[in-house]
Write a protein that binds this ligand. Structure first.
Ligand SMILES: [Mg+2]
Ligand SMILES: [Zn+2]
Length: 156
């Protein structure tokens, strides 16, 4: 089995500017590439789980999100870091009806657990919002507010 570090995206990996989908609007939170690399080096699968209701709202397409995610991995590669997989919820209940993947629902993590043979007991989740933490905890994954950890990390 594998251990995983699950990451929310907006507000956790990059500054949340609201429906970020253009490369020019993407800005890593300070220290995040190195933080991700630490988990790569320790043998974790690094997996992003992100609600992207902007797709349901018609603000941008899945294809644009994929392009942005390729860019993120190109940038991370510059320091030898990478994200193993991105799971996206493209839904919003008002536009596409209910789904089982919009956090705090657990569909994305459950799919990742199957795809990567993840052991939840060895895994962690980082997010910036209560629904991230709730989602992780529903899956019995230790879940942390990234704000708290990056403060500690930058003091090391
Ligand atoms: Mg967030
Ligand atoms: Zn969904």
């Amino acid at each position: 089995m594998n251990k995983a570090a699950f990451f929310d995206r907006d507000g956790t990996i990059n500054i949340d500017k609201g429906y970020v989908h253009r490369i020019e609007d993407f800005e890593f939170i300070k220290g995040m590439p190195e933080f991700i690399k630490k988990y790569n080096d320790e043998g974790y699968k690094v997996i992003v789980v992100t609600n992207q209701a902007g797709i349901a709202r018609g603000y941008y397409t899945q294809k644009e999100v994929d392009i942005l995610h390729n860019y993120i991995n190109e940038e991370l590669a510059k320091i030898g870091a990478h994200i193993d997989a991105f799971y996206i919820c493209p839904h919003h209940p008002d536009f596409t009806g209910d789904c089982n993947c919009r956090k705090p629902k657990t569909g994305m993590i459950e799919q990742a657990i199957k795809d990567f043979d993840i052991d939840v007991k060895q895994s962690v989740l980082f997010g910036d919002k209560p629904w991230d933490i709730e989602c992780g905890e529903r899956c019995n994954i230790k879940s942390y507010y990234i704000q708290d950890l990056l403060n500690e990390y930058s003091e090391i």
